[in-house]
Design a binder for this molecule. Sequence first.
Ligand code: GRF
Length: 203
Amino acid sequence: MKIGVLASGSGSNLQTLIDQLHYDESCEIEISVVISDRKKAYALTRAKKAGIPSYVVKARDFPDRHAFDERISELLDTHAVELIVLAGFMKLLQPAFVQKYRNRILNIHPALLPAFPGAHPVADTLAYGAKVSGVTVHFVDEGMDTGPIIAQKSVPVFDNDDEDSLHARLQVEEHKLYLTVIKWYAENRISFAGRKVIVKGSE
Ligand code: GRF
C-alpha cells in the first residue's frame, strides 16, 4: 500500500514512519511521497535523507485554496497514493478534496477529541486544567478535527507540565498509535458502523 504524508513542521511522526516502514524491506507499506506547505519544514529534510520524493506546495503560490488542494491531489495521484497521512499538516483541506478521498485521509491530534480541537490543543488542555489528555487518530472529514475516531490513547497531565513537556509525552504515544492505525488500514481491518469505526481483531 502506498501512502503519502503531508507535513508542515518538524516531522517526528513522519520520521517514525520512515524508520518503521521505509527501512523495513519486508514491509508492504511504502511512503511514496511527502508534501509540505512550508519550504523550511524539517519533514522535507527527513524525506530527502530517506530518498523519498518530496515537494513544497505553498498556498500563496495559488489563486485560491481549491487550486492549492488540486496541486496536492495531482501529486498524490501521480505517486499512486492510496492512503493520505496528515502528520502535523497545518492547512484545512477543502470539502472537494475530502470528498475525493473520503475515508482515505488520516489525521493525528494531540488531544482526546472531541475535547480541544483546533490548532493549539496542548496549550488549550493546560489552560483548561484537564488532568488527562491523550492522542487521537481519526479520519478527516470536512470539519476541523471532527472526523470518525479510529483510536485514542490517554496520557496523564502533571501539575508541573508546560506545553513542551506535555507535548513531548503525547508525541511518544502519537508515534506508536499512528503506526498501529496505518497497519490496521493496510490490513483492511477498519470498517464503519455508521459514524463508529470498528477495528477487526483489536478488542
Ligand atoms: C503532532 O503533535 C500532531 O499531533 C499535530 O502536529 C504535531 C506534528 O508533529 N497534528 P511532528 O511534525 O510530527 O513532529
